[in-house]
Ligand binder design. Structure first.
Ligand SMILES: [Zn+2]
Length: 358
């Protein structure tokens, strides 16, 4: 199931020519980072001249304006300066392979085995990649849903995996794992709620992309938590479909809000104006997300939002060719510097676990 895509069954085929050596991998990654030619990561100037490559195949550059500003003979940077890869020990070819496997929705264990690297290294790699997607794509304030939008909440059991001391001090039974659809849970109870928003695919338009989603990991499902997210992510005037749960009552003024009464056994209906009122698209997304998260065999709350961001990105790019989706992910990842990881590491030393994941 990991290989399923509407455009062919060999998702890493486009990477094969670049996986042969580090120089080819570095050249490909550079081309995606700077499609219009290399510019200095410090000053943005295109007056950069290539110099000798590093041992791992990365290209070095000398930036003329930076050298002049610093009063030096040269000011060097490489293909990876100011990117999340900068401090990594992995070689370009290894990174390229890891990213290809990441796109296949694999977990750290499987990536480590397939790329022949340490599992801890693979874990760090996927946190960097997922974090880059979270920061640049998930949090992109310009991304909005419109026309017909369904909303639904569910709960993901996620706790203190990987933090035995945290589990011990709570002295309780291991919790039930997995994605659960009903019940009022909170992050503090070990079942952080997820809010899902999905724009229905336009059936009349053959070329319309797959239904785009927005998936948020929340502290709780109070109206005060949910209202600002809906206001930011769903364009005013949209048709808005939910169940009858009262957290959504706030949306009447801004949207054409229609509810199905799940409590009364109603799951879909056609209104007199021909509108189909249901949340079935969102239910389908939950089942896809559940499959994806199950693959991580129990997931820490610290990382849940990162995995969810990867799922959201890959779902929303699922209508593209593998190569297009891969390069879109890479562009997102190159546009962040990994500050989120430093922030996360900082928070974790100081804050109780339940506050740590937003
Ligand atoms: Zn410069």
């Amino acid at each position: 199931m990991w290989l399923r895509n509407c455009h062919g069954s060999n998702p890493m085929k486009h990477l094969i020519p670049y996986l042969q050596d580090d120089q080819k991998a570095a050249d490909y990654l550079r081309q995606v980072r700077w499609p219009d030619g290399v510019t200095c990561p410090h000053c943005g100037s295109d007056a950069v001249e290539p110099r000798e490559r590093c041992d791992n195949g990365l290209q070095r550059f000398n930036c003329g304006p930076c050298a002049a500003r610093l009063g030096q003979q040269c000011a060097m940077c490489t293909d990876w300066t100011s990117s999340i890869f900068e401090e990594s020990k992995l070689r370009p070819r290894e990174w390229l392979l890891v990213m290809g496997l990441w796109q296949l929705k694999l977990n750290a264990t499987d990536i480590a085995a397939a790329a022949d690297i340490q599992e801890r290294t693979a874990q760090r790699c996927i946190n960097l990649l997922d974090g880059g997607i979270d920061e640049t794509y998930h949090l992109d304030p310009t991304r909005q849903l419109e026309h017909q939008v369904e909303a639904d909440a569910c709960y993901q059991s996620a706790g203190s995996k990987g933090l035995p001391r945290e589990v011990e001090c709570r002295q309780r039974e291991p919790r039930q794992r997995g994605l659960q659809l009903r019940g009022r849970a909170t992050a503090e109870m070990g079942r952080p709620p997820l809010l899902g928003l999905v724009q229905r695919r336009d059936q009349a338009d053959q070329d319309a992309p797959a239904a785009p989603v927005y998936l948020a990991v929340l502290e709780n499902v109070r109206t005060a938590t949910i209202k600002p997210i809906i206001a930011a992510k769903v364009k005013g005037g949209a048709q808005f479909f939910t169940d009858e749960y009262n957290i959504y009552h706030c949306t009447k003024a801004d949207y054409d809000h229609r509810t199905v009464n799940h409590g009364a056994g109603e799951y879909a209906r056609r209104d007199p104006d021909g509108t189909c009122v249901h949340c079935n698209t969102m239910e389908g997304i939950w089942s896809g997300l559940r499959n994806f998260l199950d693959h991580f065999r129990g997931i820490s709350q610290r990382f849940l939002h990162l995995r969810v961001a990867r799922y959201e990105f890959l779902h929303n790019h699922g209508h593209l060719y593998w190569r297009q989706a891969f390069e879109a992910a890479l562009r997102c990842i190159f546009s962040t510097t990994g500050d989120y990881l430093r922030r996360m590491a900082h928070q974790h030393r100081r804050m109780p676990l339940t506050l740590c994941y937003r």
